[in-house]
Design a binder for this molecule. Structure first.
Ligand code: NDP
Length: 324
């Protein structure tokens, strides 16, 4: 029986319910996928809560791996039986089966198991564009990474260290800080100490870039950690969105730059998609980036998975598995 974990109205995790459905054949340009593993991302909670609007009813989920069961008209380069992974801007991955545009699918190399692909593709794509195409930090630069034991956070630390950046990392508990250190962070600290620690690590100058997926709660400390003309990459809202910004603060803190990027705009063209995907797949294949799948759950438990994520009980990546 095919089913998805969907919501009819936005709200707390309790709005997510099982909904049975009959899969339809793939449309032109589409692949019909039987999911083997589904990735969980904090953005799924924004879709469910209504912070990021979606048309209802909807199922959360923007990345997964699986097997191609059928191909639509005009599709080339894929065949039934292929192992694929995908990430997309369109929610709906919390399902046993799904049709997706073939242009969003990647054939998975033998070296990348389904569970790893489902757990890290979106996070690795995010890390790739944030580090190399958005902040463009380079060897010997210094960076601050918030929520460094999280899904994106652990990958950011690994990627930055792989290219020679000095990293100060924050996380919400001693265990999480130890995890960030084991991923390569040079210095770890509490959120409240981030600016002081960043300045200590840089001889008083401040870091070149801050990677901030926490949002509202870390806005001030992030600005205070930067060097003159440094860059704040504010890429998420785990604590709530940043609103009501007074631009004068950027002048007062040192002619700072701020950007609020999204993966959709950095993976917008087929060329971006091909080049970006090739780059993060290479980082995974060479072991510079590890898929840290720390939580595995049954798909049916999606509501509890959201509770755990929002209660900061997770580290690394979380995946869900459809029952056999
Ligand atoms: P994480 O695994 O990082 O989970 C979020 C973490 O944020 C928590 O574990 C917690 O870590 C920290 N946090 C701090 N304050 C809060 C709070 N008030 N409530 C909940 N969590 C809090 O999630 P992801 O890796 O999936 O995503 C990380 C961020 O990246 C999210 O903001 C997400 O929206 C963003 N993102 C942005 C993209 C883009 O292109 N702009 C693409 C993909 C993700 P701790 O306990 O250590 O504080």
């Amino acid at each position: 029986m095919a089913y998805r974990m969907a919501f009819q109205k936005t709200g707390g995790p309790e709005v997510i319910e099982r909904q049975d459905f009959t899969p339809v054949p793939p449309g032109p340009g589409e692949l019909a996928i039987r999911h083997t593993a589904i990735g969980v991302n904090f953005i799924d909670t924004y879709h469910r809560s209504g912070l990021y609007p979606v048309s209802l009813p909807a199922a959360p989920g923007i990345e997964a791996a699986g097997v191609v069961e059928a191909i639509g008209e005009g599709v080339s380069g894929f065949a039934p039986g292929d192992r694929i992974g995908y990430f997309t801007g369109r929610p709906g991955a919390y399902a046993t089966h799904r049709n997706i545009p073939a242009t969003q699918a990647l054939k998975l190399p033998d070296t990348l198991p389904d569970e790893d692909a489902a757990g890290v593709m979106l996070k690795a794509a995010t890390t790739e564009y944030l580090v190399e195409r958005c902040a463009r930090v380079k060897a010997a630069d210094a960076a601050l990474v918030h929520a460094a034991a999280g899904g994106v956070g652990l990958l950011l630390v690994q990627w930055l260290k792989a290219i020679g950046v000095r990293v100060v990392a924050t996380a919400g508990s001693a265990d999480k800080q130890a995890l960030a250190r084991s991923a390569g962070a040079d210095v770890v600290c509490d959120y409240a100490d981030a600016a002081t620690t960043a300045r200590e690590m840089t001889g008083g100058t401040g870091v070149d870039a801050v990677f901030d997926g926490v949002g509202k709660a870390t806005w001030d400390v992030s600005l205070s950690a930067l060097r003159t003309r440094g860059l704040l990459v504010s890429f998420g809202n785990a604590s709530g969105p940043v609103t009501g910004v007074d631009l004068g603060i950027l002048a007062a803190k040192g002619s700072l730059f701020v950007t609020r990027p999204t993966v959709a705009h950095y993976y917008a063209t087929p060329e971006d998609f091909r080049a970006g995907s090739a780059r993060f797949l290479e980082m995974l294949a060479t072991g510079k980036l590890k898929a840290d799948i720390h939580q595995r759950h049954a798909l049916i438990d999606a509501a509890q998975v959201h509770r755990d994520l929002e209660a900061r009980k997770t580290t690394g990546a979380t995946i869900m598995l459809p029952e056999a």
